[in-house]
Design a protein around this ligand. Structure first.
Ligand SMILES: [Ca+2]
Ligand SMILES: [Ca+2]
Length: 93
């Protein structure tokens, strides 16, 4: 099961990496967080994976091809409140 965590962690590591593109990472999260509540629900998370897959990210394509959205989401949503926050994403790194 740690495979899902690894896949998602590597995806967000690309999007939310610290450093010169940190500001860009904020933009990415804001764009993915469609309703602006500071967390990603499953639909928003799915949108993020699809966008990453469309951008050619191999791990995202893997999730998309295998319909692993819910499993991947559950791995990241540590406190099981149905929202993936930036803190939960950061905690995976
Ligand atoms: Ca949201
Ligand atoms: Ca959560």
């Amino acid at each position: 099961m740690s495979t899902f965590k690894a896949i998602v962690a590597s995806l967000f590591a690309i999007a939310l990496t610290a450093g010169p593109i940190a500001a860009h990472a904020q933009e990415v999260f804001a764009k993915v967080d469609v309703n602006g509540d500071g967390g990603l629900d499953l639909a928003e998370f799915t949108g993020f994976i699809d966008a990453a897959a469309a951008a050619g990210k191999p791990n995202a394509k893997k999730i998309q091809a295998n319909q692993f959205y819910a499993k991947a989401f559950a791995r990241v949503d540590k406190n099981k409140d149905g929202l993936v926050t930036k803190n939960e994403i950061a905690a995976m790194r």
